[in-house]
Design a protein around this ligand. Structure first.
Ligand code: SUG
Length: 447
């Protein structure tokens, strides 16, 4: 059975309202690029191109749909009344920051959609999901309800898939999903150890960052482990280095990535590096392969600007691994040299690097690893998937044509109030749910 288990990367399709709104405090790329004109069509095509090139070389690739944006329901909840055009016009006039928030295409970063425990680690033999509450920012707090509906539509067989309640959307249980969760194992089908990295402890604990917010709490991570039935022997909870958060590392996946037995990380990733590695070693059934990048090789600043650690690390059938890095890594001489000299030439399974251009997403602080949710699935679980969500040539072709039919190639902040954008987005999304065969998942389809 274990050979049949494959990791499927479910990438978020970039939505038609992709824009640069500067919404994410502590995410330096988002803060720096707020106000730029975005190209939603290029963003979606860059995402599809990444998915296609990974599919073509044999990795299992899935897709997750974007959300209904602008979220006019959220504006109505906040007191804006009248028809859609009036709601948009009044929000643009009186609260432009709210309009920008309800237009964000942030659901593209599906590493934040949920935390997933594969069936190999669950005592009931099912795959477990908890959609993340994303309560630390208003624009992302709007995501979990639709995310949970989408996950339930795709992973719908209750005999194989278990969906848990979103954690209470309050600071004590601040949860940002798989971006702060890494599963280490021998191969994807064998039992693994779950590394949960948190930025702060809500009730007591050591100090957190002082400049930027810590988005994941220990209490949230512990609650997810409980929901998924993970024991102490299967889990390690480690605090992120607060100085790294203050330098712009708003999620652990901006400074570390794990795959199989390999943990690739920067020396500033954890508050207590040795204790974290020791705790993993004590629990893992296979030897941990730490690949440590010291600050002397790559500064924290370069790690944040190039997203070296937001790469995807993928397993190949011969046991080697491929690192999928954003183009920014190749443009930075020091980082590129480190990839060649320390990672590829080092004594570890990383043997190949693939460079992908996801610049439209990178300008908002989302690299290759942010754009995907990893779900290890057996062949029976893959067959039980609802809808047409595993990428093949035909689906890629259909999605590309769909993007080309519906997406604009220019979206500036002042365009967000255009009622035609809202209308065009609904038309596009309605068509998408039919194309993916996932049924009604959007609020406008459920009324
Ligand atoms: O939550 N950016 C996202 C980026 C998320 C990246 N995900 C991971 N590291 N897993 C965020 O900060 C910016 C939107 C804007 O400014 O328009 C934004 O939400």
């Amino acid at each position: 059975m274990s050979e049949a288990v494959r990791e499927v990367n479910f990438d978020g399709l970039v939505g038609p309202t992709h824009n640069y709104a500067g919404l994410a405090h502590g995410n330096v790329a988002s803060m720096r690029h707020g106000g730029l004109t975005a190209n939603p069509r290029e963003a979606a095509l860059q995402g599809l191109d990444k998915m296609k090139s990974l599919m073509e070389v044999g990795y299992a690739q899935g897709v997750l749909p974007p959300q209904q944006r602008p979220d006019l329901g959220a504006l109505r909840d906040l007191g804006f009344t009248g028809d859609d055009a009036s709601v948009l016009a009044r929000a643009a006039e009186e609260a432009p920051q709210l309009l920008r928030a309800v237009c964000s295409a942030s659901s593209m970063w599906t590493a934040n959609a949920a935390t997933v425990t594969p069936s190999a680690d669950a005592s009931d033999g099912r795959v477990h999901f908890t959609a993340a509450n994303l309560q630390s920012s208003f624009h992302r707090y709007l995501e979990p309800r639709t995310t949970a509906r989408v996950l339930a539509a795709m992973f719908h067989d209750p005999a194989r898939f278990a969906h848990h309640p979103v954690l209470p959307a309050t600071p004590a249980f601040s949860d940002e999903g798989a971006a702060n969760h890494t599963r280490l194992c021998a191969t994807h089908g064998e039992p693994g150890v779950h590394l949960f990295v948190y930025g702060r402890q809500a009730f007591g604990g050591q100090h957190g960052p002082t400049r930027y917010p810590a988005r994941q709490t220990l209490e949230a991570s512990q609650a997810i482990a409980r929901q998924h039935g993970l024991s102490d022997a299967q889990t390690v909870f480690a605090q992120q280095n607060p100085d790294a958060i203050d330098a712009g590392v708003f999620h652990n996946d901006v400074i570390a990535v794990g795959n199989g037995p390999v943990l690739l990380y920067h020396d500033m990733a954890f508050r207590d590096e040795d204790a974290t590695l020791d705790a993993l070693r004590a629990r893992m059934a296979t030897p941990l392969i730490p690949v440590r990048v010291p600050s002397e090789a790559v500064s924290l600043e370069d790690a944040v600007s190039t997203y070296l650690f937001n790469s995807q690390l993928l397993s190949n059938p011969d046991g080697s691994m491929t690192l999928v890095v954003p183009g920014e890594c190749q443009e930075n001489e020091t980082v590129w040299r480190t990839i060649q000299d320390l990672l590829l030439a080092g004594y570890n399974p990383i043997s190949e690097v693939l460079v992908k251009d996801v610049k439209q997403s990178m300008r908002n602080g989302g690299g290759p690893a942010c754009l995907r949710l990893r779900v290890a699935l057996s062949s029976a679980e893959r067959q039980a998937l609802g809808g047409r969500v595993l990428l093949d040539e035909a689906l890629h072709g259909d999605l590309t044509a769909w993007v080309e039919r519906h997406y604009r190639d220019r979206l500036a902040p002042e365009d967000l109030a255009d009622p035609q954008l809202a209308q065009d987005s609904l038309t596009a999304l309605d068509e998408l749910t039919q194309l993916l065969g996932i049924g009604a998942v959007y609020p406008f389809q459920l009324v």
